[in-house]
Each structure stands twice: as structure tokens, then as C-alpha cells.
Design a protein around this ligand. Sequence first.
Ligand code: TRP
Length: 335
Amino acid sequence: MDSKLVFSGVQPTGNLHLGNYLGAVKRFVELQDADTMCIYCLVDLHAITNWQDPKELRRNTIEVTAAFLACGLRQENSIIFNQSQVSTHTELAWIFNCVARIGWLNRMTQFKEKAGKNRENASLGLYCYPTLMAADILAYHATHVPVGEDQKQHLELTRDIAMKFNNDFKTPGFFPIPEPIIEGTATRIMSLRDGTKKMSKSEASEMSRINLTDDSDSIRKKIQKAKTDPFEIPSVKEELVNRPEAENLLGIYATLANQSIEKTLEQFSGSDFKKLKDELSDILISELDPINKEIKKLLNEETYIVEILRMGSEEADHISRPILQKTREIVGFLK
Ligand code: TRP
């Protein structure tokens, strides 16, 4: 084991889809298998910054955990837990609320996007979402954080909080300055209905995404119906410009086949979309079918999943508690 410590969080707000799988969860598994200490958190406290139906929140937390396990995350190698079971996160977040400046939070583009026009009516939690995220990371002295492009600004804020804390309290190096591991563009999976939009669980149409819980028939159907264009598959990358749907389908194929986009173009150049879609469906099904079956199996063992989260939370508490205690002393709180 090296001294690298990886932390990442995923909101339990719905099924994981192909974009989450290729962009995030697969990377989580690779990092875990590279013998790095990894902590993966279902951020249920972040989820409730927007209204969540309690039954659905519970269900989603269990489903996303099942998906993590089905994709290869292992309790023996990683810590898997849900945020709300470990109170160090919220305690540290309060301290960070007093370190971060309102001006910093006012610059967060995700808040602006999510709050939309009706900002007065957004929850206060949505506004200070990034300080809780900083607490998630820094409560473990994590050094590396795999995140999507959209979370880069929040990670910058985390770094600013760590630096200001270290400065204000004259404790240089107490909080390490964490590095982002940004998902590559190769793993940016777009909507099957619109190649310019990211695949997302918030898009209304189910046909826009492949869920990890989709069976083989629905995968085939969604790929057959995926948007394309009237041209044939080109032979060079440059000709994919302004053909986002073609680029997306080829990109997914390339990622799953573990080969370059050039090699993939060579394979399909000159053919129509039918051939690409048939082969893409086959490769998707061979990758996702075992995961799909395993998720179904695990969902019948709810008590097992609840127990995994409980044990993970205990371990997470065990690591973050002494760091919080030290932080409390630095701030001047009595034991
Ligand atoms: N904000 C992240 C997202 O929506 C989720 C998250 C919460 C997170 N806490 C984190 C990611 C800590 C990385 C590290 O994707």
C-alpha cells in the first residue's frame, strides 16, 4: 500500500447508468485493485439538498450499494459506506462553514445551475453543499479524488478550505491539499437521444440512457433506437466533427472493447449504423449482463447490504474520528 488515499462520493438518487459505470465506478474498481486505500461514500446528506422521498432515498441507497458490489468493489479492499451514518462529516462541515467565505460559495456554478431562477427558494443545504464535500474528503486526509469535470470547481474549493485552515490556525500540512483525478473525455458518455448532452439520470426519457439494471432486451432496444445520422461510418477521427451521436456510439464501443477510437473506426469504416449498433449491443450485453444479474441477486439480500454499509461506516468513523478530534483541538474546543 502507498500513502495515497482515494475518496469519492456518489449521490444515491437513482439507478446508476452506463455513464456512471464507465466514467466513475469502473475507475473506482481499478483504483481499488491497484492496492490503494480507497473510501467510497454514498452521499445521502448531499442527496437531501433536493427533496427526496424517504422510501426512495432508502431504496436508492441500497440499489447503488448493490451496483457498487456488482461492479467489483469489495468490502475487503475498499471502505463502502453511507455518509449520514458517520457524524464526523457534518461536524467538520460546520467548522469549514466558518473557514470558507461567502464570496467563494457565491462563485459556485453548480449552485447557480441547480438553484435556477428561484434561488430564494433553494435549500440552504444546496448552497453550502461544497463545504460538506470538503469535509467528506478532508475528514480522511484523502489525497486523491476521482470526480467528473462538473465537480472540479468543488474540489478547488476544498483545496482553498484546506489551505485557509492550515494558514489561519498555523498548522501547515495538517490538511493535505487533495488532487482531483478527472474522468477522461474518452469516458464521457452522452445521451442516446442527443449526443451533445451528458447521459444523465435527470433526463426524462428512459431511452436516453442504459441503466445497470436494464436487461439484455432493453439494452438492445435502446441501442437500436439510439439517435444517429444519415451518413456512413467514416475512416478518420476528423470526420466525426459535428457528428456527436456517431462519436458517442463509437466511443462507447471503443471504451468497452478497450481499444482506440482509430482502431474502432478502422473496424467499422464504410458500414452503416446497423452493424455498429448490433456489435455495440453485443459488447454492452456481455459487459453488463453479469452485473445486471448480480444486482438482482444482491437486491434479494437487503440485510446483507445494510450490514456492509454498517460495517463500512464503522471503519470510516474509526479513521475520521481522530482527525476530527485533532481538528477540534486545533480550533480550541474543549474535549
Ligand atoms: N458532489 C459529488 C457529485 O455530485 C458527490 C460528492 C460528494 C463527492 N462528496 C464527495 C465526490 C467527495 C467526491 C468527493 O458527483
